[in-house]
Write a protein that binds this ligand. Structure first.
Ligand SMILES: NC(=O)c1ccc[n+]([C@@H]2O[C@H](COP(=O)([O-])OP(=O)(O)OC[C@H]3O[C@@H](n4cnc5c(N)ncnc54)[C@H](O)[C@@H]3O)[C@@H](O)[C@H]2O)c1
Length: 249
């Protein structure tokens, strides 16, 4: 029997590549879903896809940089489904590309507001409900940029290092109370963040950074997220799982 039947999941960035793939897999496994994104139209497309698998699906248009909006969506989840068992805190942006000394500070602040504070807002809203219910499982989306640096995405790199730090910090605080917190670290993935963003030569060079020789499909990342969210990873907490085609080995 599926690990996810009778479980309620909260997924951010559900309108995009990795979040949509996770939502789809969770719906196939029978989870009830609260899908969250800032992009209402993209969110509805994901919801329609998840409902086609027979899932009980609700949506909430939220800017994760806004703590009140996040708290409202988490509270709505518990009001609607009666519980929140698992969460994929996944929404994030890449931000402008360029060298650090010239990096626009308002863009840098926005990156931290979404990629770091967004994850913190989600965990702060989710954890009290999970504690009250006796446990839960959280997966945050970090990146290979959480452990290494490549030129011209320095602020994004700093935010993803912070996501790994927040993941470990939450795991240290709550693993003893039944809440496991892990993160997934993808290499380049074919999503709205990357598709059509590079010329053919750059795309080939980026693909070649992965010994597997290509970008990932979002579903390949979602499979790892599912494993981390579910009971089969019962001894994993505070960990960073790399799904990176060997990019960081
Ligand atoms: N694509 C890659 O190569 C790659 C690699 C490593 C990590 N990641 C990470 O994966 C996560 C998902 O990205 P993706 O590749 O699926 O990109 P994507 O752009 O396809 O999806 C991101 C989703 O997040 C939503 N979003 C953006 N800002 C938001 C906000 N403030 N509030 C709520 N929703 C917001 C977008 O509308 C979009 O639907 C991100 O955290 C990203 O940093 C992506």
């Amino acid at each position: 029997m599926s690990d996810f039947l009778s479980k309620t999941a909260f997924v951010t960035g559900a309108g995009g590549g990795i979040g949509r793939a996770t939502s789809d897999l969770l719906a196939r496994e029978g989870a009830s879903l609260m899908l969250v994104d800032i992009d209402a139209a993209a969110l509805e497309e994901t919801a329609a896809q998840a409902k086609a698998h027979g899932g009980d699906v609700a949506t909430s248009v939220v800017d994760i940089a806004n703590d009140e909006q996040v708290k409202r969506a988490v509270d709505e989840t518990v009001a609607h489904f009666g519980r929140i068992d698992i969460a994929h805190n996944n929404a994030g942006i890449l931000g402008p590309i360029g060298p650090l000394a010239d990096y626009d500070l308002s863009a840098a602040r926005q990156l931290f507001d979404i990629n770091v504070f967004g994850v913190l807002h989600c965990m702060q809203a989710q954890i009290p409900h999970m504690l009250a219910a006796g446990g839960g499982s959280i997966v945050n989306t970090a990146s290979v940029s959480g452990v290494h640096a490549v030129p011209h995405i320095g602020v994004y790199t700093a935010t993803k290092h912070a996501v790994i730090g927040l993941t470990k910090a939450a795991a240290a605080d709550y693993s003893g109370q039944g809440i496991r917190v892990n993160c997934v670290c993808p290499g380049f993935v074919l999503t709205g963040m990357t598709r059509g963003k590079f010329d053919a030569e750059t795309e080939a060079a980026l693909a070649a950074q992965h010994p597997i020789g290509r970008f990932a499909e979002p579903e390949e990342v979602a499979e790892a997220v599912l494993w981390l969210l579910g009971g089969k990873s019962s001894f994993a907490t505070g960990s960073s799982v790399f799904v990176d085609g060997g990019q960081t080995m």
